[in-house]
Write a protein that binds this ligand. Structure first.
Ligand SMILES: Cc1ncc(COP(=O)(O)O)c(C=O)c1O
Length: 444
């Protein structure tokens, strides 16, 4: 019998991994064992594993071996992997884009190309942006209940860079950062990159357990509290005024920094005041236009207490200087002429419509979501392992995130997060029904 070609071995492994026969974490045979089992050369075994790694199916750990990777799609730590079938839908990452936005970009680029500004765009901008550009963002923020001097605003490449610069400047390795027990995956990456000790805040049905946070602050030297008070990722909560006041009181009495993430806040047209308005002396507000204009723009900002502006500016300078001039020109143009306000209005309607579709398609399943949020948190039964469910859904061409990506402590709830913004709206219902069918078909 001829030894199988390396491609056939790759395909065989790929099918086993994607079908769940080889679950995440399985250690594959060593290269040498594979050569014996399959009667292939060592170079061929190496090629098999290299190809599987390139497909996102396995990962080699030096000194330990080759392991099957989790197939749950974008989890905030890894790029989405190759799917066994053409992609049907991405429910792992929110990329809301409205009709006509590409045309709006073409128009804006044409206008810039003939404006007197073109030359200025080739000159180095100050880290954090020119004051007149920061003023445009300051004006926009008035709508969100934030009244700040332009000098306290810094422009960044997305909210993620703003978070990075704030943590880099205002914390030291070993500092304790209190973070909701389920939170935005990007904060986990940053906490680990900056050597912070992430302390999970237990959750209640309506938000973080503030009594537990207070106890934590009494017993541990908590340097900062990361909070998403309006349209939390992933749970969708909007904290009430009382909860916000309590959070501020805790931060004040233990002298903690508040890092407020307002990335999705625009989806709520009348939320209670932001923490930044309640405690401007200690709140670093971060947000951007990824969910209201376009994630590919990479435009974000932070609003800082005066004494922190200089040190955070230095951090931006150290990293990537903040938002590039061309992107800033586009974003501030759209902020100033009302385009972003119109897109935000459209998104509010879109998110509410998508929530309605999700509630119908997933009726009867344990959902946690806000009526205008772009995501749902879907609880699973004990026999439905999140990794396994995500693998099955990937097999059906649907990418989702598992609770693992959001858990900041050791407890991993049995749940998926479904991001609703990316598939075309008229396909979302069918995609979610497919999700439901795949989950329902798992035998108890
Ligand atoms: C809560 C939260 N904060 C920050 C970000 C990062 O946003 P940006 O694309 O502006 O870096 C995201 C992106 O999904 C998010 O969900």
């Amino acid at each position: 019998m001829r030894p199988p070609s390396y491609k056939a071995i790759v395909d065989e492994f790929a099918v086993s991994i994607r079908s769940g026969r080889l679950p995440a974490g399985t250690r594959l045979p060593t290269h040498r064992a594979l050569t014996r089992e399959r009667r292939i050369a060592l170079a061929t075994a190496t090629r098999v594993y290299a190809e599987l790694a390139a497909m996102g199916l396995v990962v080699g750990e030096p000194g330990r071996g080759t392991f099957v990777r989790t197939q749950s799609g974008y989890d905030g730590l890894e790029p989405s992997r190759a799917l066994p079938v053409p992609r049907v839908a991405d429910l792992s990452f929110n990329q809301p884009l409205g009709e006509g936005q590409a045309d709006r970009l073409r128009q804006a680029l044409r206008a810039l190309s003939v404006s007197g500004e073109a030359e200025a765009l080739l000159r180095q901008n100050p880290p954090g942006g020119h004051l007149h550009e920061r003023a445009v963002v300051a004006t926009y923020l008035l709508e969100r209940g934030i009244d700040t001097a332009p000098a306290n605003v810094l422009l960044t490449s997305g909210a993620q860079q703003a978070l990075d610069a704030v943590l880099r400047s205002l914390t030291r390795p070993g500092d304790v950062l209190a973070v909701d027990a389920l939170s935005y995956p990007g904060i986990k990456l940053l906490a680990s990159a900056h050597g912070l000790d992430m302390a999970p805040i237990p959750l209640t049905e309506t938000g973080p357990d503030l009594a537990a946070l207070d106890r934590m602050c009494r017993t541990r030297p908590v340097r900062g509290i990361y909070a998403i008070p309006t349209l939390h990722n992933p749970l969708g909560w909007v904290l009430g005024r009382d909860q916000r006041d309590r959070l501020v009181t805790i931060a004040r009495s233990h002298d903690c920094l508040l890092i407020e993430d307002g990335t999705y806040a625009f989806l709520d047209s009348s939320p209670p005041p932001p923490l930044r308005a309640l405690a401007p002396e200690r709140t670093c507000y971060v947000a951007g236009l990824s969910k209201s204009a376009a994630p590919g723009l990479r435009f974000g900002f932070t609003v800082l207490p005066g004494p922190y502006v200089e040190t955070v500016t230095r951090s931006l300078r150290l990293a990537a200087w903040g938002a590039p001039g061309l992107i800033t020109a586009l974003a501030t143009g759209w902020l100033a002429d009302g385009t972003v306000a119109r897109w935000e209005e459209d998104r509010r309607g879109d998110a509410a419509a998508r929530q309605g579709i999700a509630r119908t398609a997933l009726a009867g399943m344990p959902l946690t979501a806000h009526p205008v949020s772009y995501m749902v948190w879907l609880g699973l039964e004990p026999h439905q392992r999140p990794d396994h469910v995500a693998d099955l859904l990937a097999g059906a061409g649907i990418l989702v995130s598992t609770a693992d990506a959001f858990a900041t402590g050791p407890h991993r709830p049995r749940a998926l997060r479904l991001a609703l913004a990316t598939p075309p709206r008229d396909e979302l219902g069918a995609v979610l029904e497919r999700v439901r069918d795949v989950i329902d078909a798992i035998p108890p």
